[in-house]
Write a protein that binds this ligand. Sequence first.
Ligand SMILES: *[C@@H]1O[C@H](CO)[C@@H](O)[C@H](O)[C@H]1NC(C)=O
Ligand SMILES: *[C@@H]1O[C@H](CO)[C@@H](O)[C@H](O)[C@H]1NC(C)=O
Ligand SMILES: *[C@@H]1O[C@H](CO)[C@@H](O)[C@H](O)[C@H]1NC(C)=O
Ligand SMILES: *[C@@H]1O[C@H](CO)[C@@H](O)[C@H](O)[C@H]1NC(C)=O
Ligand SMILES: *[C@@H]1O[C@H](CO)[C@@H](O)[C@H](O)[C@H]1NC(C)=O
Ligand SMILES: *[C@@H]1O[C@H](CO)[C@@H](O)[C@H](O)[C@H]1NC(C)=O
Ligand SMILES: *[C@@H]1O[C@H](CO)[C@@H](O)[C@H](O)[C@H]1NC(C)=O
Ligand SMILES: *[C@@H]1O[C@H](CO)[C@@H](O)[C@H](O)[C@H]1NC(C)=O
Ligand SMILES: *[C@@H]1O[C@H](CO)[C@@H](O)[C@H](O)[C@H]1NC(C)=O
Ligand SMILES: *[C@@H]1O[C@H](CO)[C@@H](O)[C@H](O)[C@H]1NC(C)=O
Ligand SMILES: *[C@@H]1O[C@H](CO)[C@@H](O)[C@H](O)[C@H]1NC(C)=O
Ligand SMILES: *[C@@H]1O[C@H](CO)[C@@H](O)[C@H](O)[C@H]1NC(C)=O
Length: 815
Amino acid sequence: MVTGKNTGSATASLIILLVSSSSCLINAQDITYPSVAHHPNSWINVPVFNFGFWDSAGVTPILASGTYVCGFHCESSKGKCLFAVSIFQINSSISPKIVWSANRNNPVKLRATLQLSGKGYLILQDLDGTPVWNTNTTGKFVSGLKLSEEGNLVLFDRNNETVWQSFDHPTDTLVPGQALVPGQKLTANVSTSNSSAGLYSVALTNDSLIAFLEPDPQQVYFGPLRVKHMNQGNIKVQYLNGSFDRFLLPSTSAAQFIQLGSDGHLRAYQLRESKWEPVSDLLINYTGACGFPLVCGEYGVCSAGSCTCPKAEGNESLLYFSKVSEGCHENIPVSCKPSDLHSHSLLELKDYDYFNFIPHIKNTDREHCTKACLQNCSCKAAIYRQQLNSSNGYCCLLSKIFSFKRKEENITDYNSLSYIKVQNPPYTFFAREKGPKSIAAILGSTLGVLFTLFLVVSIFFLRGNKIDLKAVENASRGNKKKDSKAVGKRSTRFSFEDLKSMTENFSAKLGEGGFGSVFYGTLPDGSKIAVKRLDGPGHFRKSLLAEVETLGSVHHINLVTLIGFCAEKSHWLLVYEYMHNGSLDKWIFPKDRELRLSWNLRRKIILDIARGLAYLHEGWTQKILHLDIKPQNILLDENFNAQLADFGLSKVIARDQDKAFTTMRGTPGYMAPEWSSAVITEKVDVYSFGIVVLEILCGRRNVDRSQSEEEMHLLSLFRQKAEEGKLLDLVDELAEDMQPNEAEVVKMMRIAAWCLQVDYTRRPSMTDVLRVLEGFMDVKPNLIYDFLNPQAPAAPCIRAGTTSVATPSILSGPR
Ligand SMILES: *[C@@H]1O[C@H](CO)[C@@H](O)[C@H](O)[C@H]1NC(C)=O
Ligand SMILES: *[C@@H]1O[C@H](CO)[C@@H](O)[C@H](O)[C@H]1NC(C)=O
Ligand SMILES: *[C@@H]1O[C@H](CO)[C@@H](O)[C@H](O)[C@H]1NC(C)=O
Ligand SMILES: *[C@@H]1O[C@H](CO)[C@@H](O)[C@H](O)[C@H]1NC(C)=O
Ligand SMILES: *[C@@H]1O[C@H](CO)[C@@H](O)[C@H](O)[C@H]1NC(C)=O
Ligand SMILES: *[C@@H]1O[C@H](CO)[C@@H](O)[C@H](O)[C@H]1NC(C)=O
Ligand SMILES: *[C@@H]1O[C@H](CO)[C@@H](O)[C@H](O)[C@H]1NC(C)=O
Ligand SMILES: *[C@@H]1O[C@H](CO)[C@@H](O)[C@H](O)[C@H]1NC(C)=O
Ligand SMILES: *[C@@H]1O[C@H](CO)[C@@H](O)[C@H](O)[C@H]1NC(C)=O
Ligand SMILES: *[C@@H]1O[C@H](CO)[C@@H](O)[C@H](O)[C@H]1NC(C)=O
Ligand SMILES: *[C@@H]1O[C@H](CO)[C@@H](O)[C@H](O)[C@H]1NC(C)=O
Ligand SMILES: *[C@@H]1O[C@H](CO)[C@@H](O)[C@H](O)[C@H]1NC(C)=O
């Protein structure tokens, strides 16, 4: 009892201390720090631990003067400290704001030391003694260090003459009274959370102010703006009460500073009601809101302050680029491999401009400008400007791309066109010859197929195996067609001997499926590969060629990369890029409780699958239906980028053809209800996508025989929970961060429901799914949650095919 009481009172006094410190009010008399220190002297970075103002702000003061303090400033959470000068407010609850720091690129730890050496310099050493920063004033006669009322940290000599001062080495901030002189610059932080020197700088060169981006070559986005004050050759831009040279600022008695932000904006901040608020955006009157290099990220396009991704004029398709959190991402990276050089083209953005224009080619025309860019692989984009009353133009070639901006309408003296280089898909692979077929042949084969089909459906279905009707169809048809098609120009043909040595005689097996095994290997250049060896009989040859043909002709970051193949006598092998994290099923149906994906990764994987499918469906002149979307066919690399794999069942149809007649194929549980009619559109992939999304969110299989009768079918549960408004009950309990992201998770479930509509015409296209995922569109209202159970497809009713025969799957099974 007694001990209990004691603990209680101790806690109470601690609480009192904490409460008094959390109010963060300090009295003038709390500031007992000097403004001058004499040499030799040294200070150690140890927190004050008095629950006072400095402690709660993570500051260990050394000198203080006016509203400025100089000392160690630590980020309490990370134990990373800067030796810095900051501006603070007496009797206020706001933390000191750093206006200058010595070691922004090299934070030090607790117990680092600052030493004012007798040899004339100031040096900062980390905990282990490593010198991190010094004033380079060795040999000067320094007698002390002082912090001025303006916030200038000064090393002075016996005559009070300045030997070194922080105002000559600004970081990203200027304070009133401070000036920039030629050669000095402000450099922004890398980001709001990383104080290292970043990309943007504002500098005074000769007599002009410029703002630029650092990478070589320097790219100016503001200025040069000639400065106003130039008396007696003493050029400087001085920050005074109410102005910064040509820029007018609110004149005030409240504290103020100017800071270059990590977004490239130069802003003035002022203390208002105990908050630092931006009161002026200095450069924007000259640049416009879209005139900052990374306003929309790399490859982003800025129009009236809002961001999109580049797309061809009048073309709604989101093919070449996808939106990522910062900027846009090339779906098909431009390749400089000699074999890919001929397949570049330029995406034209009419009336788009760039923040910076260096006329690399003068007195030229549009054709020469675009040609110059296409001929040099380092050129990633070209900007062409033409004066209105002239036939001559200027051409600027870019080797690194930041944001594009829509040309301001009131700039009427020139036209501007931007061209972004993109990688073409090799169309030629789609040009299949379609041999005419006699009705008798079709009928004959169809009847044969129907019969075999029936048997196989019964057998495979009962076993719960994948129905591979195509293989049967082809077997019954015989293998008459010759494999004359152009086989993947992009894919290398390997010899069996080569593959044998690359896989060390097929020693490391990654997985095994019904039709073959997958082995680990390495190419001579060291890149890792997965080699699929087909062990089935000879008629599978054709399907190998089909997969090579389909995969070899598409190239997309979310489709597995087929590196090559081998077709020799009895050896049939496919060579893929090795995917470090294997297939998705291992990650969402975990037996092992260690494996669990965060919500962010789940969302990213869903987005990747959607991009891959959108590309297949709406990519090019022909549509590719994958027809076997399921977690086993989605592979993950070491960064959890998802790629679609296994095109053994895929089907290529003409773009203008919206329906195809085909035989039933796929995997039960993932097959859309309309398969029973055998009239198939790309919406069957959308359906399977919906199932996969649901499985990713719920962390369980669509049909899970290990569950009780009423919990076995995920779709019936989904319907029930949707009606009860308790969708979150379904969420994978292994993912701790899904409940907190409730709104997003529920939105994703509604996308799944949309994709699972029984009537395929009610399902979205994959492009619409992408638009919803990227926030450009909402899920259609009035979804019908009465999902037909796809477990029981009606008796197959196959109609005579009008398209060429597709291929058997020999590539299924685990990888
Ligand atoms: C700060 O507050 C104390 C008491 O709360 C007061 O005596 C002092 O004058 C204040 N100082 C300033 C600068 O307002
Ligand atoms: C001191 O000199 C070093 C090397 O020349 C340089 O990297 C550093 O920035 C200088 N320090 C200051 C404060 O000028
Ligand atoms: C230097 O300045 C201090 C205070 O500002 C003053 O006390 C001292 O006499 C000055 N020394 C010289 C040599 O001017
Ligand atoms: C800060 O940015 C620099 C430069 O980009 C980088 O080297 C450093 O690792 C970053 N620091 C942190 C903590 O992210
Ligand atoms: C830059 O980093 C410093 C130190 O962390 C911080 O005090 C300052 O506010 C940052 N500047 C910007 C613009 O975020
Ligand atoms: C600045 O002056 C130097 C030499 O005086 C000159 O070479 C350079 O071109 C000038 N820069 C600008 C931007 O005027
Ligand atoms: C700045 O100027 C305004 C008006 O001219 C004045 O009221 C204010 O006190 C001045 N501020 C400082 C810090 O001198
Ligand atoms: C920008 O322009 C507006 C309106 O013309 C003006 O009020 C403002 O002072 C200007 N900003 C700067 C920093 O000069
Ligand atoms: C735009 O879309 C059409 C089909 O709608 C397609 O034929 C064309 O190639 C696309 N153009 C570009 C540049 O993507
Ligand atoms: C290609 O472009 C790069 C960067 O724009 C340039 O450095 C290089 O000289 C160019 N090469 C040729 C052959 O023009
Ligand atoms: C063009 O118009 C924008 C606003 O519509 C304005 O901010 C800008 O100053 C104008 N530029 C010119 C050159 O007139
Ligand atoms: C272009 O020519 C027309 C008529 O010749 C003239 O009115 C206009 O001012 C010219 N524009 C420019 C930008 O020179």
